[in-house]
Design a binder for this molecule. Structure first.
Ligand SMILES: Nc1ncnc2c1ncn2[C@@H]1O[C@H](COP(=O)(O)OP(=O)(O)OP(=O)(O)O)[C@@H](O)[C@H]1O
Length: 246
């Protein structure tokens, strides 16, 4: 579905991404892990065209993503950023509603009330964005990405700062919506256990390079992760045999 070919990106003489190559299968959940400053956010921004790069080839199917207009790209890719700059002071409902701008009203496949309910935002739908807590804002941004109804969703640390219950509910929502709406997710996270549990595939960036591209199973003994993150991981199992790294 998405092909990233020979993607390199530098600012001045600083290399931020070096010769990145991978593709994403339709209806898959791929997590991107890696130390701080590895280039994860920069990679998502490159894919959704937020920072320009004439040398890379990024294709959606057979189409060149970087040659598309923003509106055309938005119909294909939704992006939930790690940081939001100041947003206009809409209510939660008004803000999410605007995510559908890239579709004509007739083709809108998802009901807004259903999304508000699923993302536990119904009770605060009239509240203005400026009054939301950090975790509520995260859920609003995630809900917007669902309402945008684009087949590929890029998530940048969408569960960071959520309490344990909302963290689990967003992880499960990602998993559930992937199945239900046949979505494809590319999810940058520092939550290694969520990646091991939910991802079909894991990419690891370190020092601007893609150094790992495989299934979560290859990481579950913690050995490779210990090397990559320069920290010792211990492996625990719960009663169902689900493995966790601490
Ligand atoms: N426009 C820019 N100018 C200069 N340096 C930049 C620019 N954009 C990103 N960088 C640098 O590129 C590196 C990668 O940044 P990026 O935000 O992609 O990292 P990351 O892997 O997402 O990190 P984190 O896990 O901390 O969020 C960092 O060292 C950052 O300072």
């Amino acid at each position: 579905m998405l092909t990233v070919d020979k993607l390199s990106y530098s600012v001045g003489n600083k290399t931020i991404l070096a010769d990145i190559n991978f593709d994403l299968q339709h209806n898959s959940l791929t997590c991107i892990l890696g130390p701080n400053g590895a280039g994860k956010t920069s990679l998502l921004k490159q894919i959704c065209g937020l920072s320009k790069n004439k040398s890379a080839t990024i294709k959606f199917g057979d189409e060149d993503l970087l040659a598309m207009t923003e509106l055309q790209r938005a119909a294909l890719i939704a992006y939930v950023p790690q940081k939001t700059s100041s947003l206009p002071d809409f209510s939660v409902r008004e803000f999410i509603q605007q995510a559908s701008y890239c579709h004509s009203a007739k083709t809108l496949p998802i009901d807004l009330d259903a999304i508000l309910l699923t993302c536990e935002l119904k009770t605060i739908e009239k509240q203005s964005l400026s009054t939301l807590s950090g975790g509520e804002m995260q859920r609003v941004l995630f809900a917007s990405s669902l309402y945008q109804a684009s087949p590929l969703i890029l998530l940048d640390e969408v569960t960071a700062g959520l309490d344990p219950a909302h963290h689990d509910s967003i992880c499960q929502l990602i998993h559930k919506t992937k199945e239900l709406h046949k979505l494809t997710y590319l999810w940058v996270t520092h939550d290694i256990n969520a990646a091991l549990r939910y991802a079909d595939r894991i990419l690891i960036l370190k020092n601007s390079k893609l150094i790992f591209d495989d299934t979560p199973d290859a990481l579950k003994n913690g050995i490779l992760l210990s090397e990559i993150f320069e920290k010792e991981f211990k492996v625990l199992s719960d009663e169902q045999g689900q493995k966790y790294l601490i």
